[in-house]
Design a protein around this ligand. Sequence first.
Ligand SMILES: NC(=O)c1ccc[n+]([C@@H]2O[C@H](COP(=O)([O-])OP(=O)(O)OC[C@H]3O[C@@H](n4cnc5c(N)ncnc54)[C@H](O)[C@@H]3O)[C@@H](O)[C@H]2O)c1
Length: 325
Amino acid sequence: MQTTTIAFIGAGDISLLHAEAIKHCDSAQLVGLWSIDAELNREKSQLYGCRIYESVEALVNDPGVDAVFILTNLETHTQYATLAMNAGKHVLIEKPVAPSIKELKALKACAEKNNVMLCPGHNYIHEQSVQRTKELLDSGKLGKLATIYIHYHIHHPEEVARRYPGVIRHILTHHSYILLYLAGESHAPESVSAMKTVIHYDEFEGEDLAMINLRLKSGALAHFCADFAADDNSSEPWTFSVKVIGTEGATRFSYRDWIENKPGVVHSHTFSAYEWHIREEVRHFVEACIQKGAKPLSTIDDAITAQKIIEGCEASIAQKREISI
Ligand SMILES: NC(=O)c1ccc[n+]([C@@H]2O[C@H](COP(=O)([O-])OP(=O)(O)OC[C@H]3O[C@@H](n4cnc5c(N)ncnc54)[C@H](O)[C@@H]3O)[C@@H](O)[C@H]2O)c1
């Protein structure tokens, strides 16, 4: 069996799920990692049983590495992904892929120039029930699409939240690529109207709650909510859920359908689906994209459209009006 060797740039929380995913993929092997935090590098290399590179250059130039996962903070993604692709490595970049459309387009051009795979870390679309929803929508079995609701309500303490941008960039990026995957070209988003607020941060300037409404090309509407302020522990919680309603049928995916009673990294509970769909994302990247040349399920072009939605939200909030995308 062919083995794809992988190295991580970044050794923080999300690397735990990617390392676990690689362990579950027989044709992938994690060979090493590097980040700017020497202590974290030592801790994670021991945990994952892999080497530490002395520098990012040593990592990307190692001929024993086929692919590099970019698992650092958003601001550094473009710099490290460009280094890796110019060294001929396939790259998976955690979401949000880059902070601007200009950087996203530069990454796309760099992947084409070097003839390597560039895969956005758009994990939720590797959830099987989301994939089943897409098939039902595409086949017409749900009838005419009316609405798509995507909710996220998971409390994050301020010290965790401040490692990321506010929930618009950090969390609504997930909602945006899920919409693009499910709805496809016929329901492409045309305009957005957004609001944001801060419920529980004392010092961090990012928002911890945002809601947006989208008008789709087909006439359907979508509603997204992203919330770091509070957990939803009611009887039918909207911890993370995707609901699609058509004229002939409806579907739902919920994190709360699979719960383990122990904390999951920064979450109060372990949402088993989360680990599972990162596993499927890594398996697809290795076995379908790198080894067989398939396109990622969500491409760099989808990352560009997702970024247009995010920038549309920011403009809507600044101008207090609906914005064309
Ligand atoms: N897909 C998901 O559900 C999901 C969830 C959480 C985070 N993420 C994404 O994963 C990425 C990392 O998040 P995290 O939670 O692991 O963050 P983290 O803060 O736990 O880890 C960040 C890592 O990047 C390293 N780093 C920071 N600045 C660096 C620099 N200038 N050069 C080299 N290394 C640097 C840190 O040392 C650390 O190893 C972010 O892009 C985030 O948006 C995705």
